[in-house]
Design a protein around this ligand. Structure first.
Ligand SMILES: *Cc1c(COP(=O)(O)O)cnc(C)c1O
Length: 222
């Protein structure tokens, strides 16, 4: 099936409130352009250098999301234009994002990444670490970042029950943080969870943003 057909199929299966991030990492501009022509505007990348190149050569109304682990020393390259950072998992990174955003007079939206999978290779915060960040004096001084929700990746497994439980945990984490720190804050509203192999499960458990790559663009060749 074509990229257009894949996109249409996915869109028809998603509730209208769920945003679709088309994960275009490793894919050429032509593939992104085809998706763009169907109306897709949110694209996800996980390598700074590739993202900058795509930003420079593709239409300027694309909303670029950075979905990978971001190194502090690379924030400056994407700070001028990035629309959302999905995988923020340290105070140090938040401070750097804040500093670089200020240089461009921007407020950059971020999601806190939580560790929900059993695999220990995946990045992400524990609840206590997130609370330490949110309760710190330093955090309250960061005026050029805005936390708009949480992000997580489930274990890569066919075990539906396990994946369900991991997504349920992220939903619970979101609700806890919302009640405790963001009750008055309308912007704190996003749960980024679900990829090609598990997005239908994620949507059942309250995902507001799914990140789908290979089901749209085909398998990645590295
Ligand atoms: C690559 C990637 C995706 C998309 O993966 P697919 O299985 O191709 O849908 C989603 N989220 C993150 C963080 C990724 O790195």
């Amino acid at each position: 099936m074509s990229i257009t057909e894949n996109l249409n199929k996915i869109r028809s299966s998603l509730p209208s409130k769920v945003k679709l991030v088309a994960v275009s990492k490793t894919k050429p501009n032509e593939a992104i352009q085809e998706a763009y022509e169907t109306g897709q505007r949110i694209f996800g990348e996980n390598k700074v250098q590739d993202l900058v190149q795509k930003y420079e050569t593709l239409p300027k109304d694309i909303q670029w999301h950075f979905i990978g682990h971001l190194q502090s020393n690379k924030v400056k390259y994407i700070a001028p234009f990035i629309s959302l950072l999905h995988a923020v998992d340290s105070m140090k990174l938040l401070e750097t994002i804040n500093k670089e955003a200020a240089k461009h007079n921007r407020v950059i939206d971020c999601l806190l990444q939580f560790h929900i999978a059993q695999e220990d290779s995946k990045f992400g915060l524990k609840m206590v670490e997130a609370e330490q960040i949110l309760e710190s004096d330093k955090f309250s001084t960061l005026k050029n970042i805005r936390i708009i929700g949480v992000m997580g990746m489930a274990t890569y497994t066919n075990n539906v029950e396990q994946v369900s439980n991991e997504f349920k945990r992220l939903s619970t984490i979101f609700q806890h943080l919302k009640a405790k720190y963001f009750n008055e804050d309308q912007a704190f509203s996003e749960i980024s969870m679900g990829m090609s192999n598990d997005y239908t499960i994620a949507v059942k458990h309250g995902s507001t943003m799914v990140r789908i790559g290979s089901t749209i663009f085909g398998a990645r060749v590295y």
